[in-house]
Design a protein around this ligand. Structure first.
Ligand SMILES: [Zn+2]
Length: 256
């Protein structure tokens, strides 16, 4: 993992520069620069999941087609709207569900699965402070989400997306222990900030490329508003939408 290499290099650089510049007036300045570089790298690595700094995530497909992924559901109004459109258009997607929402709306989880989509883990709590959870608490949170899905579907998700795309060394440990594969994205729709469907459609189609994993949110009305046009745009450009596990070549569920 990149953070281990950067930490080792920083440690060596601090020691070597400490010795080399000890008797000059620059030692504090140089050690300060190295420490600042380390802190900036760590912050960047935490917030940019695509840097693979703490955890190796999959961000792109291996095939030319793209995959649609929906986070933060299920939602009682917008998830059914999205499912209706996907059904009508014959498109399969992946839903990174929040465990507590899945617990509240098990019939929607059943519908997602019954209509041929994939249910994946997006933590139980989706707590704003999840990045600060201890290893044990984080592990329990992710297990709790998988347990809820298992109670509903008798399937244990293997795909996981970190809430807010924020990672840290504890995720590295927990994901390995739980045999969960971290999934990032290559195209962020910014649907959480889009003022209307046109803005969202523009955000996606201006950047869309083959092999993209597109990040959307099924709890948002604007995403449901834009989905039909997005699918039609892909069709007009001969971009095929396929289920995520197919384009990344990974099993979505544990074989029990
Ligand atoms: Zn989320």
């Amino acid at each position: 993992m990149k953070h281990k290499i950067i930490t080792a290099i920083t440690g060596i650089a601090l020691v070597l520069c400490g010795f080399a510049f000890w008797e000059t007036g620059y030692v504090k300045f140089i050690l300060g620069i190295i420490s600042a570089f380390y802190l900036i790298s760590t912050a960047y690595g935490s917030f940019e999941i695509r840097s693979n700094y703490f955890v190796t995530s999959i961000h792109k497909g291996k095939k030319k087609s793209i995959a649609l992924t929906f986070d933060d559901g299920p939602h009682p109004e917008n998830t059914p709207r999205i499912l209706d459109i996907l059904k009508e258009k014959g498109v399969k997607a992946t839903f990174f569900v929040i465990g507590k929402n899945a617990e509240k709306y098990p019939e929607l989880v059943r519908r997602i699965d019954a209509e041929g989509h994939i249910v994946a883990n997006h933590s139980y709590s989706h707590n704003y402070l999840i990045a600060f959870f201890s290893t044990k608490r984080l592990k329990n949170d992710l297990i709790h989400c998988n347990d809820i899905v298992y109670q509903i579907l008798e399937k244990k998700p293997k795909l996981f997306r970190p809430p807010f795309g924020v990672t840290n060394p504890r995720y590295g440990t927990v994901l390995k222990e739980l045999n969960l594969q971290s999934i990032g994205w290559s195209l962020r729709s910014f649907d959480t900030r889009a003022k209307n469907k046109y803005q969202l459609i523009q955000n996606v189609i201006s950047k869309l490329q083959k092999r993209d994993i597109v990040l959307l949110h099924d709890h948002l009305p604007v995403t449901a508003d834009a989905l039909e046009d997005l699918i039609e745009h892909c069709r007009s450009k001969n971009i095929v939408i396929q289920p995520l596990p197919l384009i990344i070549n990974k099993d979505p569920y544990e074989i029990l």
